[in-house]
Design a protein around this ligand. Sequence first.
Ligand code: AHR
Length: 510
Amino acid sequence: MPPNVQVSAQDRLQLSVDTSKPGPKIDRNIFGQFAEHLGYGVYEGIWVGPDSKIPNTRGIRNDVVAALKAIKVPNVRWPGGCFADEYHWRKGIGTRAVTLNPNWGGVIEPNTFGTHEFMDFIDQIGSEAYLSVNVGSGTPQEAAEWLEYLTAAQPTTLAKERATNGHPAPYKIPMLGIGNESWDCGGNMTPEYYLRQLTIYSRFVRNYNPAQQRNDQLQKIAVGPGGGEARWTEWTDTIMKAWQKRQWSWDMQGLSMHNYTVINWENKFASVGFGEKEYAQILKETLKMKDLVTTHSAIMDKYDPQKKISLVVDEWGSWYAPLPGSNPGFLVQQNSIRDAILAALNLNIFAHHADRVRGANIAQMVNVLQAMILTEKEKMVLTPTYHVFKMYLPFQDATYIPVTFNAGTYTNGDITLPRIDAIAAKDKSGKLWLELTNIDPNNAVEIEVSVAGLNANSATGETLTAPKVDSVNTFDAPNTVAPKPISVKVQNGKLTIKLDPKSVTVVSIM
Ligand code: AHR
């Protein structure tokens, strides 16, 4: 907003931050990513092969690596998704087997991007592995051998095979998903049937890495709910009840939850060329994440009042209709300022539940659904959602600080939503950070911020907005939606921050 634009009284809201009541750590793993063998998510998006003209390091494209490094991706979930329950790891080491990808377009799966390529990729971007093992069509033995292959330090036959394939040292595997959507594409199991699988996989799939025996132990994540209906509350209840009564021979450290922002699965919304009505409908829908997290956290609290088990929202984000002309099985969509706001709202929900939500993976990292990055041959563009993840870097592992505010309202037709949203946190150096989202696409808001326990002197930050509700970045116009510096007035210890319509803003307060 130009600095001279006047703001009316109704567009002025108060917000207070109380640094004397610090909350839990906002686990950096809520900023996790998801890379499935789906469409151009892995092949073309990450892997181009060592002989490609696209600049690459051992087959992995350098532009994508540099962009992901800059957002400090804490973990990458791989190889799926539905793909994981049909993935047989041996086909992706040594001599590769060419198979099919029946879930996603029925295309050829060359298996050229396998275990070693994935571990190389996460090493190049400075991230960590979150592997999903095959429960649907695999066996506990197959999964156990994959983990032995990856993590054994002693000279077992599998560890020696790993060394022959180029990696003598054991790999670190911090997170392990036991199946994926086992209630649906992962085998259509009942909660009781899945529970039997979980106890077996949990017992026999071991991490042998000597460096992960005391600290940094492997987190095993069970399949959890996929929505808020009775079927899903029963699922969470069954798993958590069994965990509370567990014997020594099995354990888990996390329960997964999947929730996409979709209004009609049969007739999905478009990711481009939409108006304010669809903007408001999607944001209303995405805010349901709050109820889901609250509902399932409450069930978990019943069996785990000490909050030992993390809720890991390992698939979330917008799911729109495939772009015209694209393979419908490839889930290609554009990414607009609406998605940036959607991302901020969800990240804030996770942060507000930081005592239980200690992991989340947006779907998906490159070229699929709500991606950070889109590529086309040698071209690459960063999406508005990418910029949100970059702006939120100070919140990784920061301490949650409570904020209170009157959110005001934004109305479109019969939809009324809270107009603003916010989180605050202190980073490790003690610096205070504030995030403010203005959902209202038409009106700026002026926020007067008071900070108890800090005599604020100055504040600086960045804001992300766009000309229209459906503004996107393209290969030809990559900076239509890009963060810009924001100036903040500080007087008598109070900050006055003007938020542009439809914007995400992050400031540090000193
Ligand atoms: O992210 C796309 C798909 O959505 C995943 O493969 C599956 O787990 C979910 O249904």
